[in-house]
Design a protein around this ligand. Structure first.
Ligand code: ZN
Length: 860
């Protein structure tokens, strides 16, 4: 089954049964709320002559960005009109033609500085790669959405599709909509102010025509300002609608009134579905899950209504009656897996606070209950059907732990992997699911507001390409711990423990939907992430979590000729774990440009790489892996060729890139060497499919360290240029190229931080003795333990500095990176060396060879 989740219009085939608790129309689209007056962009946007002196800072005048010199000389068109009201420039037909036609090229910003990649070797910045700042007037830019939440591949939007086609760069948005935020304005209001035509939420980029009317920045309809909005709860003053938090903050959350509900908000409901076959018991994972739950039971997000339940399964399905009043948990075995029924439905999902002792008793007993099992079969499909039936009345989250290929009942699978093909340089088979059972069940789950998270712990092939569909289409997540074993793989155990803690205690939103709107003329067409698309452009998210990312592709359907800027708005409607219906809204504004050089100057190389990675995953599945690899390489060739032929005014030799795209070839090479897309290097099928899932649903900030890990030299950390955070001094060593050349024989300890299996590895040919003694606490190299994953807490300056640095790196990742100290002869060394993506391997080009290949193709 090749259907992609986002490409279809209208409900996709295989949609779940029609259900009453679908929230589609609550985050209503234009159809349900069309106002009486159609928008007429050409006719509105003139100053209305009303006296309205106290505009918000962002609107008083067209602020000039310090670098945008060409915009400086002409005066804003309405400034000299002797009107007390100054027309803000956030709409169409507001620039004089001569001004709109101005190009930014003459300023030659740093982004467009010509870099000859064949000559310039040091192209990595000292620290993190900063996202580009949209070229907007500063007064507007300061209201813009954080790039950590909302990013566009092109921070300057082309005026027309044909201009976009010419640039050969992808246009799309990357979102991290439910990111953990340290500050979030929350508004409680009986009226949420939205455009009557397109349902856009009022935001910092709308225009106030006067005190009574505001103009939508997406469809240009003029709307009335409701009376209630005239009062500002923050300043407690009246008559300043433009100072309301809704028009001061690009990210805001509303507590939704009852019209945003179809039923009372659901309680937090958690169901755990655990594999207890012989294989599962053998891995020892049950101890960790049960202990983590015991440790975090009071930290599960929820309130007094929170419910919890458990299912275990091998060749049969086991339910647990945890009803209040029982002296101990009661196990109920259902052995007819062909037609699953739920015994005593009312006592299997129980109120957590009322039944906590029974739940704790069960968690303490579970790891031993199946100790002696000889049952090798796995009826995963029937267990999932049971979970679906149990959760259907309320909605909620199913957390499924699986350790082998399912062998019994619906959804049973056979191994499809041929280990001899793992290193094949030809096309990779079996990236598509073997059965549509998991997708269909996921769509049923989605219809009942149930999301399924899959934890796969296995040394054997489990057909993740099939199993993963259960999470992908129900807006769940997939976690994968290859070769998990409680004794043989202690670092996996540590990672699993830390991941579970994050998973159990992080924020969660239930029965959610998300819609992305954009200014008239732009059109969103392909979605990437884990969800199901209902009614054209509404993403159905039974659960939403702070670690989920989304991407969309866009096209320009109508020319944006008269517009100076366009806006994008993502609205996420969800039920909090405390039972509140909430709407989180993010709005981003970007300038419109009409020259290729301006488009290139605004290119966001990381966002482009992230979007291309998602597109390449789709291509691998619908066409072939080779096709996807070619498409990635062609993306660099085409854009750099365009830059050379159409942007550069002075021709010169070499492989030339604008500074803002100088990392593009490196990132694409890194993708080609990534587990998802590499060929010729032995890669297990499940590892490859898992990497593809990650590329599709991780937020960009998690994705980049996975695509291009960061290498530091850490044996000579100093306080020079260090950060100071909460009285801690955090050293900031230089980021090094990912090349063996950088693993100098004199400098010794280096680390690579990756996200997936984020290991800090150190390498030692001639370890400096001070590092060994002052940081690792050993007298000499031979005393370094073989599998060292913990640092001693020594009272030396070096140890304090090193641990501060590692701690800081860990804080930036929601999932815990395990540290490995790798000796020269360690088994982990080959996987460490695979991170050296600038180097040549038997099956892949070095960075320099790749550049030569690109140059050859471009000069053809
Ligand atoms: Zn509108």
């Amino acid at each position: 089954m090749h259907q992609q989740e986002g490409t279809g219009h209208g409900p996709s085939a295989g949609d779940g049964p029609h259900v009453s608790n679908s929230f589609d129309h609550l985050e209503a689209g234009a159809k349900t709320a069309a106002g009486p007056t159609p928008p007429q962009p050409g006719m509105i946007g003139r100053p209305m002559g009303h006296s309205y002196p106290s505009l918000p800072p962002g609107y008083q005048k067209m602020g000039i960005p310090p670098s945008a010199s060409p915009l400086q000389s002409p005066k804003p068109p309405y400034n000299a009109a002797h009107q007390p009201y100054q027309q803000p420039l956030a709409g169409p037909v507001q620039l004089t033609p001569s001004m709109a036609g101005l190009s930014l090229q003459s300023q030659t910003p740093e982004a467009l500085r010509v870099v000859n990649l064949l000559q310039e070797r040091n192209i990595l910045p000292h620290g993190a790669v900063p996202p580009p700042t949209p070229c907007l007037p500063q007064d507007l830019q300061k209201f813009n959405c954080s790039p950590e939440v909302f990013r566009c591949t092109l921070t300057s939007i082309p005026q027309t599709q044909s201009l976009l086609n010419k640039a050969k760069l992808p246009l799309g948005l990357l979102l991290h909509p439910f990111k953990d935020l340290s500050q979030l304005p929350v508004v409680t209001s009986s009226t949420i102010v939205r455009c009557r035509t397109c349902r856009t939420y009022i935001n910092p980029f709308v225009t106030f025509l006067d005190q009574k009317r505001w103009k939508c920045n997406l469809c240009y309809r003029v709307n009335d300002v409701p009376e209630e909005f005239m009062y500002n709860p923050v300043t407690r003053s009246y008559g300043e609608p433009h100072k309301r938090p809704e028009v001061q903050s690009p990210t805001i959350e509303f507590i939704a009134p009852s019209e945003y509900m179809l039923r009372p908000p659901q309680p937090a409901v958690y169901l755990f579905v655990l594999d207890v076959s012989h294989n599962a018991v053998e891995t020892g994972y049950l101890d960790v899950v049960c202990q983590s739950l015991l440790d975090n039971l009071n930290s599960l997000p929820g309130d007094a209504r929170t419910k919890i339940g458990f299912i275990t399964f091998d060749s049969t399905i086991h339910f647990y009656n945890l009803q209040e009043g029982l002296s101990q948990p009661q196990m109920l075995v259902v052995s007819d897996i062909e037609d699953i029924f739920i015994p005593t439905p009312d006592s299997l999902l129980v109120n957590l606070s009322e039944c906590k002792e029974l739940v704790q008793d069960l968690l303490k007993a579970l790891p031993q209950m199946f100790n002696k099992t000889m049952e090798t079969h796995s009826a995963l499909g029937p267990a999932l059907q049971a979970a679906y039936k149990l959760l259907s009345p309320t909605g909620g989250r199913a957390s499924v732990f699986q350790t082998q290929l399912p062998t019994l009942g619906a959804g049973a699978l056979k191994s499809r992997e041929d280990p001899n093909q793992r290193a094949s340089a030809k096309d990779i088979q079996h990236l598509t699911p073997a059965t549509d059972f998991y997708k269909k069940l996921a769509l049923d789950c989605s219809g009942q507001q149930v999301a399924v998270d899959l934890f796969l712990l296995s040394g054997q092939y489990c057909d993740l390409a099939s199993l993963g569909c259960i999470s992908r289409f129900s807006a769940g997540s997939v976690y994968y711990y290859p070769s998990y074993h409680h004794q043989h793989n202690p670092s996996q155990v540590e990672r699993f423990q830390k991941d579970l803690k994050r998973y159990l205690t992080r924020k969660i939103g239930f029965e959610a939907v998300m819609r992305i709107r954009c200014t008239k003329g732009l059109s969103i067409h392909t979605f990437h992430g884990n969800f199901f698309v209902r009614s054209t452009d509404l993403l159905s998210l039974p659960n939403v979590n702070p670690d989920a990312g989304f991407a969309v592709q866009m096209s320009i359907e109508e020319n944006l000729l008269d517009m100076q800027m366009v806006s994008f708005q993502a609205a996420l409607l969800y039920t909090s774990s405390k039972g509140e219906r909430r709407i989180r809204v993010h709005t981003m504004c970007l300038p419109v440009v009409n020259s290729l050089s301006d488009i290139f100057a605004g290119a966001d190389v990381q966002a482009i790489t992230g979007l291309l990675a998602s597109m390449a995953v789709d291509r691998s599945v619908t066409a072939s892996l080779c096709d996807a690899r070619d498409a990635l390489t062609n993306a660099v060739i085409d854009s750099l060729a365009t830059y050379r032929s159409s942007v550069l005014t002075i021709q010169q030799a070499g492989l030339l890139a604008p500074s803002c795209l100088r990392l593009f070839p490196l990132y694409i090479l890194a993708l080609l060497k990534q587990k998802a897309f590499r060929t010729g290097t032995s890669t297990r099928l499940d590892d490859r499919v898992f990497a593809m899932y990650q590329l599709k649903y991780q937020p960009l900030s998690y994705l980049m360290p996975m695509i291009h890990p960061v290498l530091y030299r850490v044996d000579d950390l100093t306080d020079e240029g260090a950060l100071n955070i909460n009285d801690r001094t955090i050293p900031q060593p230089r980021v090094l190229q990912l090349s063996v050349e950088k693993l100098s024989r004199e400098g010794h300890y280096l680390g690579v931080i990756k996200h997936v299996l984020p290991e800090l590895r150190s390498r030692d040919w001639n370890c400096s003795s001070s590092f060994l003694s002052q940081v690792l606490g050993v007298p000499n190299y031979s005393a370094v333990p073989q599998n060292m994953t913990r640092l001693p807490e020594l009272d030396t300056a070096e140890s304090v500095r090193f641990r501060a640095f590692i701690g800081w790196l860990r804080e930036q990742r929601p999932f815990y990176p395990v540290l490995h100290v790798i000796r020269e002869e360690s088994q982990l060394k080959p996987s460490f060396m695979q991170n050296m993506i600038e180097d040549r391997t038997e099956s892949a080009l070095s960075y320099y060879e790749f550049l030569l290949h690109l140059q050859q193709q471009i000069s053809k």
